[in-house]
Ligand binder design. Structure first.
Ligand code: NAD
Length: 331
């Protein structure tokens, strides 16, 4: 097989902060070609490959990639239409998970359409992941290989915890602490809304219902900072399913600064355990402060997408989490 035949045709669902960053990460890659994209109002498909700038121009100037010429189509059922009309091997689901079952509904669309290929998400909430994990048999029957929780946390840090755990006979604690710095919250509306839903006194429904003005007013009161503790994050479920430790030993929290691109603290995961000799120790894996949330999420998601392609080629279908599989490196 020549190299050309191995190129994976990739689609991105959602063209907000993460979707746009994923398109940029994909652009220089030779093993993958970005051919399809959808937002809430339309979709675009170009078999020779989409260019980031022309999609950004359509999205920013007209409000949707559906205005792209050629290849764009306006639609209120953009995901369904794109799946049905365009040949794509794998999709990165860079969509808001609002309501909490939205990702599961999108996956159901793929199953209903009879689509076969690889799906990767950067899902955050434990309950949302439980819902998609419940679709395992349907995904297997459909011929879909779905990798869930493949962002930064859950994702990169959860996988790192799984590797770090190997030094120990028993894991006592996995503590994930993240720092996110973004210059402007509107570049990541869904991420910020979903983070607000983790704050005391807020629910997912309330965060979804908030207008942009209400989000801006809340951030004004907090000086642009969101402090989050003991979040409902699927890292706990993923590490439990991978056999690392019971989920109540996993905690996730962090600080998001929505007015400064610098991280307010260094993102890290600490894994504490007991070795076979009876020693208690902690491994710490810290991300470089210069790596953005977008770099850590999109790189990881595409690495898992490549891993998913290898499974799919071997007719291995169903659903796996980022704590069960090693990501591959995309060239
Ligand atoms: P965003 O708000 O910037 O963009 C969302 C995009 O989805 C928009 O382009 C919008 O048009 C599109 N969209 C919304 N509804 C749609 C529909 N019905 N059909 C088609 N397109 C639709 O979002 P974001 O800030 O990039 O976040 C995306 C997701 O990534 C969120 O769920 C967030 O929680 C998750 N995330 C995960 C991690 C992680 O480490 N696991 C980190 C950051 C963000």
């Amino acid at each position: 097989m020549n190299k050309q035949m191995n190129v994976t045709k990739v689609g991105i669902l959602g063209f907000g902060g993460l979707g746009q960053a994923a398109a940029q990460v994909l652009t220089p890659k030779q093993e993958m070609k970005w051919v399809a994209v959808a937002d809430q109002k339309g979709y675009a498909y170009q078999p020779e490959g989409l260019t980031v700038q022309s999609c950004l121009d359509s999205y920013r100037q007209h409000g949707s990639v559906g205005y792209l010429e050629p290849g764009g189509t306006l639609s209120t059922t953009s995901i369904r239409d794109l799946i049905q009309t365009s040949p794509v091997n794998a999709y990165f689901l860079a969509l808001p998970n609002l309501p909490n079952t939205f990702m599961a509904d999108v996956v159901q669309e793929f199953i209903n359409a009879g689509w076969q290929g690889v799906l990767v998400d950067a899902l955050k909430r434990t309950t949302a992941m439980e819902t998609v994990l419940g679709m395992r048999e349907q995904l297997q029957a459909a011929g879909i290989t779905y990798l869930t929780g493949c962002g930064a946390t859950p994702g990169l840090l959860t996988a790192a915890a799984t590797v770090a755990a190997q030094s120990f006979a028993e894991i006592h604690e996995v503590k994930i602490t993240f720092g996110v710095g973004i210059a402007n919250w509107e570049a990541y509306r869904a991420t910020i809304r979903e983070d607000i839903a983790h704050m005391p006194g807020y629910t997912v429904e309330q965060a979804k219902a908030m207008t942009d003005e209400e989000v801006a007013a809340l951030l004004e009161r907090t000086n642009g900072i969101l402090e989050l503790q003991n979040m409902e994050h699927a890292d706990d479920l993923m590490l439990e399913l991978a056999g690392i430790c019971p989920r109540d030993r996993v905690s996730v929290g962090g600080v998001v600064d929505t007015r400064n691109a610098d991280k307010p603290l260094s993102t890290n995961v600490q894994v504490t355990g007991r070795t076979f000799e009876g020693k208690i120790a902690t491994h710490t894996f810290t991300l470089g402060d210069e790596t953005s949330m977008a770099a850590n999420v999109c790189g990881t998601a595409l690495g898992y997408l490549k891993a998913g392609m290898a499974f799919h080629r071997q007719n291995c279908y169903g659903i796996m989490t980022a704590a069960e599989v090693m990501p591959k490196f995309v060239h």
